[in-house]
Design a protein around this ligand. Sequence first.
Ligand SMILES: [Zn+2]
Ligand SMILES: [Zn+2]
Length: 344
Amino acid sequence: MPTMKAAQVHEDLSLNVNDVERRSPGSGEALVRLHAAGVCATDLHVLEGMIQPDEYPMTVGHEAAGVVVEVGDGSTVSVGDRVAVYNKIFCGACEQCLVGRQNICDNEPGQFGFNLDGGYAEYISAPARNLVALPDNVDFGTASVLACAGMTAVHAARLSNMSVGDTAVVNGIGGVGSMILQVAVLAGARVLAVADTEDKLEMAKSYGASGGVVVPDAAGYDDLPDRIRELTEGRGTDLFFELVGTTKTMLAGLRSLAKHGRFVSTGYTGESLEVHPIEFILPETVWVSTVAATVRDLADAIRLAAGGHISVPVAATYPLDGAADALENLRQRRVLGRQILTLA
Ligand SMILES: [Zn+2]
Ligand SMILES: [Zn+2]
């Protein structure tokens, strides 16, 4: 039985690199030699036990890219293809899949790195229809991040119905936030960033944000609505992209909106939001929910990167053995951009 190295989470929520079985591709599948995997805040939810796999131990990671090295019967990709891995398994036949919403497939059997073995590994066996071709000028590290943060940004921007002249606040300048603000600039919005450090605000400006505020801690969100109104001639923002998702940040976001503003809910924590409906009703506030992205969103994110319109801020690269360190940096909020595991 061939084996490979993989970083796995165990039932006691410890993480370590093990030699594990390398599964051969079945019918319609392909085996991908992974070159890069992105380290995402969602991986912390797995390590905290908030997201639970079908079975422990499970290989962590849902952002991966590499090269096809073996194909099963009926596979639609070829050996040698450079690909990004779309991390949600989908049936391709249900009502949602038929209109292209693979992210909310009715028969969703799982998601790499959430409940199925993921991308912190040397190889992954995936359905060929989950593999999206990469142009030569999109490197594997960038591609891995596009397969989560990048596609999520495209999806959230699309569902938000953002248009030219809108003001968009992006709350949380991490992996997804730094991609959303680039997509929002492309869509013609004026973008304001809410960052927890001056460095992140500067990075946001380098990606096209016209300004923003630094909110270093939870208490700082109390006066965010006032600060956003100061920056928007008193009217508030048309869009609030929420990537943090605590009770305080969500309330601050809702209260920062202009009339008929759209609250775009993407990031979450264990915390909930309790608010009287009148706060939504009087200003006709719209709540937009987004979860991950469709295959088309991933293909579009790759096209935008290939054309030089969006780029991934790479904070640092680590070998597979450095996964725990990278995750700890993320937990300590010390990361500027996205950390990437280099796997080949
Ligand atoms: Zn992710
Ligand atoms: Zn389906």
